[in-house]
Design a protein. Structure first.
Ligand SMILES: [Zn+2]
Length: 307
């Protein structure tokens, strides 16, 4: 499973418009609330009996003592019969340093958090972070500029003036490995640390298919023409709300010309070297992204497979 995918919650989207049901679940002492402070989830300190780091899901009464009544609260879904919410407590001072959370745990950025919690907890973090981030950035109507308010348990914002409706956004990004026999194309972004290479990637544009975006990005960034494009897998990437669409693409030649506005370098990576890198060995002075990134899984799947 790719990190941030595999959300275990039943989103129960049909319940979002049932204000009475949402309100009663919000007060139900058996419900659980994930505090998010400045987009960082609360995590529980590993205990002696359970050495893993887990999501800091709190009872509503405890969570509510961290923020005022207006703090945005999103219904994430149901775990069995238990409702799970995310509460934006960005306005509160660091509660882990005192008050009800003292000694219980800590706040950590989503990327780090996802690498120390279970795959299921990471997926819940992705949902909570993208949702709260969207609300923080959409307080005003893009159509008329008036303030908007949250409705439907967080899944819609409504303009108080022109009645325009606004929905949480997901931004599709293609990330692809062009391959030619026993080599695949990797690139080094200008901002990457020395030696770090990854799969090429770019946002899908309006009016464009996934395959067209893959072909365009490979042509723009590396002047590589590709034929067949195949879908691999997707990954929610909550920075702030991308959906990474992993693909493989068959290159028609190994000629490259790097677009130096975007990339420092592109390289064809031999499969034997890719296998060594995936196994954690040093090879060719190259580093590849860690398993939190779908690029790692694209490389691994190709390296361990047959052409
Ligand atoms: Zn408006």
């Amino acid at each position: 499973m790719i990190p941030f995918a595999g959300n275990p919650l039943n989103r129960a989207s049909e319940k979002r418009t049932d204000t009475n049901w949402i309100e009663s679940k919000r007060r139900d002492p058996s419900s659980l609330v994930l505090p998010m402070r400045r987009l960082e989830p609360f995590l529980l300190e590993p205990g002696r009996s359970d050495p893993s780091t887990r999501l800091g899901l709190l009872r509503p009464e405890v969570a509510d003592s961290l923020a005022d009544g207006d703090a945005p609260c999103i219904f994430l879904g149901l775990d069995g019969d238990i409702a799970v919410f995310a509460l934006d407590i960005s306005e509160a001072s660091d509660p882990a340093n005192g008050g009800p959370l003292a000694g219980l745990g800590f706040f950590r950025d989503a990327r780090t958090a996802a690498q120390i919690v279970s795959i299921k907890d990471a997926a819940i973090i992705a949902q909570a972070k993208s949702m709260i981030d969207w609300h923080q950035r959409h307080g005003f109507c893009p159509r008329c500029g008036a303030p908007t308010k949250m409705v439907d348990a967080g899944y819609r914002r409504l303009c108080g003036k022109c009645n325009a409706e606004h929905f949480p956004r997901v931004d599709p990004v293609v990330i692809m490995l062009a391959t030619d026999g026993d080599a695949c194309l990797i690139g080094r972004g200008k901002q990457f640390p020395p030696g770090m290479f990854s799969a090429l990637a770019g946002f899908i544009e309006p009016g464009e298919t996934i395959e067209e975006a893959v072909r365009r990005e490979l042509m723009e960034e590396a002047s590589v023409k590709v034929g067949e494009v195949t879908y691999y897998a997707t990954q929610p990437w909550p920075f702030p709300s991308s959906l990474m669409i992993g693909c493989f693409a068959k290159a028609e030649s190994r000629d490259t010309k790097v677009d130096d506005n975007e990339l420092a370098e592109v390289r064809w990576l031999e499969r034997s070297v890719a296998r060594a890198l995936i196994a954690g060995k040093q090879a060719a002075g190259i580093r590849i992204p860690p398993p939190i990134a779908i690029a790692h899984h694209l490389l691994k799947t190709w390296a361990l497979g047959e052409d």
